[in-house]
Design a protein around this ligand. Structure first.
Ligand code: FAD
Length: 508
């Protein structure tokens, strides 16, 4: 049972950062080769005191480190490890965490984007069918480099402006993961700098404990400076569909059917979304004006409706047409409520960014200069809990926001990795992607706590994805006793002074 999850998070956030000792006397002792890459000016450090979520306001790091090479990171970590007062160090990818996971109050934030001095560190091997990508590289750049050779990684996140090291430290999931597993299941090899400053190349064959430990390891065992990622031939185009449902049972039955199909007959991507009682389909590049009107008519007075999002990759239009026709015949969406787009593979994978850009460029009303806050909650929900979840949570939410809901197959996850998922063959990703303001984010946070509390009370063994806990007890519960014990042992071995990624609040 999760302990302490229903405690006011604001209190926890404040407590954590009030307790973070800001010891920066070590700055005076830093050797010149490291000092030349440290910036302790407040302009630099203030940028690294919050993240995309915006709800965690930490003390600034004492300095930001701009490494040119992986050796620089190793030198910094050796120094931190041997210092009289060892100091915390956090790799910062693109800072797209939402709960302060990449922050290092009072310590050093590594500006991973500095690696390579602005040069792309991405090498595609078409002979080996892999790409070697720096841990700091954005997935969009990895994709574009691979596409130049007609290749592509096969497992993605919905949004591609995230770093390789950042998503591999979590899992990296999207609508392809039901078939190919999360991004962490598609890695051949890693270069890692440990918390002692050792540089280790690891894989399933060599230093395998470290390799599997780092995948989903929340930045606790080392800094990923290179990942070798599996590639496959890239398709040319994508048929991208949305099918509407008024009944959750119909939606989930169809989703589960689709994720059971082999590649030859099924979709290549399956996701889904919930439209809550107050929501209407609005301006979007996906739908025509007429589509929007008819979906909103369907919604009418209904409390909730849902859509299944599927995508089929193709090179031959006639084969794609036939496959889709066969698939649609087997699904139970509301007759007539199927909408489709035909886009390039790049446009499809980059859809979230494209959508944001297009909406921004046509949005005249947005005069607000305050960045919104994102108190998100992402859960892995066991299939057996979906019905209770619907009745107890979805049908009782009074707030609006984007809610993702789609199933994954557990057999595509390797349990030897640190990433943790529920113990059922099929589990659902549920993402509550709230957008809030400084004034109202607490309301969303309270709802998140209510959701976790409901699952707890009803014995629904959800696992948080991109987890946020603040006590060792909760972390131990999150991982489960075997995995937790192993993680603790790995931490002792690779980061014995608990310097790395303190913002996760696991070992410090
Ligand atoms: P950061 O936030 O900078 O870091 C995350 C953690 O990893 C920190 O603890 C940090 O210290 C550590 N870290 C960073 N780089 C390294 C490294 N090289 N080596 C070791 N540790 C490191 N996730 C999904 O799975 N699927 C999605 O579809 C998805 N969509 C998203 C869309 C948006 C708009 C946002 C904001 C987030 C989304 N995420 C998604 C979550 C995202 O994967 C995580 O927040 C991820 O951590 C962000 O990557 P980042 O590069 O910004 O990492």
């Amino acid at each position: 049972m999760a302990v302490g999850i229903v405690i006011n998070r604001l209190v926890l956030v404040v407590a954590y950062f009030a307790g973070a000792a800001v010891v920066s006397s070590w700055l005076d002792d830093v050797p010149p080769e490291i000092a030349s890459k440290l910036d302790s000016g407040s302009n630099a450090t203030a940028r690294f005191a919050t993240d995309y979520g915006g709800v965690t306001r930490a003390a600034n790091p004492a300095a930001v480190f701009h490494p040119s090479t992986a050796d620089d990171i190793a030198a910094l970590l050796r120094f931190a490890y041997c210092a009289e007062s060892p100091f915390p160090v956090a790799a910062r990818g693109n800072g797209h965490s939402v709960r302060g996971q990449a922050l290092a109050p009072g310590g050093v934030a590594i500006d991973m984007a500095a690696l390579g001095g602005g040069r792309r560190r991405i090498n595609v091997s078409s002979a080996g069918m892999y790409v070697d990508a720096g841990g700091e590289q954005l997935w969009i750049d990895v994709l574009e480099a691979a596409l130049r050779q007609g290749l592509s990684p096969q497992s993605w996140t919905d949004y591609l402006y995230l770093t390789v090291g950042g998503t591999l430290s979590n899992a990296g999931i999207s609508g392809q993961a039901f078939r190919h597993g999360p991004q962490i299941s598609n890695v051949y090899e890693l270069d890692v700098v440990t918390g002692k400053g050792e540089m280790i190349t690891c894989s399933s064959q060599s230093d395998r404990d470290l390799f599997y430990g780092v995948l989903g390891g929340l930045g606790q065992l080392g800094v990923i400076t290179r990942a070798r990622i599996a590639l496959r031939p890239a398709p040319a185009r994508v048929r991208w569909l949305r099918l509407f449902y008024t009944d959750l049972g119909d939606l989930t039955r169809d989703q589960e059917f689709l994720i059971s199909l082999p590649e030859t007959t099924g979709f290549d991507y399956v996701e889904g979304q919930v439209l809550l009682s107050h929501q209407r389909v609005g301006n979007s590049t996906f739908y025509s004006k007429q589509d929007v009107d008819s979906i909103n008519r369907l919604k009418g007075e209904l409390n909730i409706i849902y859509f299944l999002e599927g995508a089929l990759y193709y090179d031959s239009p006639s084969i794609a047409d036939q496959k889709i026709e066969d698939l649609l015949k087997q699904l139970n969406f509301v007759p007539g409520f199927v909408f489709s787009n035909d886009v390039t593979y790049l446009e499809f994978l980059n859809r979230v960014h494209n959508e944001i850009q297009k909406l921004n460029s046509t949005d005249d009303d947005d005069s607000s200069s305050t960045a919104p806050l994102h108190p998100w909650l992402n859960l892995f929900l066991p299939k057996s809990g979906v019905r209770d979840f619907q009745l107890g949570i979805l049908e009782n939410i009074n707030l609006t926001g984007l809610i993702l809901l789609y199933p994954l197959n557990k057999n595509r996850w390797n349990d030897i990795m640190t990433a943790t998922v529920p113990n059922e063959e099929v589990f659902y990703t549920v993402g509550f992607l709230w957008t809030a303001t400084v004034e109202d984010w607490g309301t969303f946070d309270a709802l998140n706590n209510e959701i976790l509390g409901f699952c707890d009370q009803h014995g629904i063994e959800v696992k948080q994805y991109l987890p946020h806990y603040t006590s060792k007890l909760d972390w131990a519960w999150h991982f489960g006793s075997d995995k937790w014990e192993k993680f603790v042992q790995l931490k002792r071995r690779y980061d014995p002074k608990a310097l790395l990624s303190p913002g996760q609040q696991i070992f410090n």
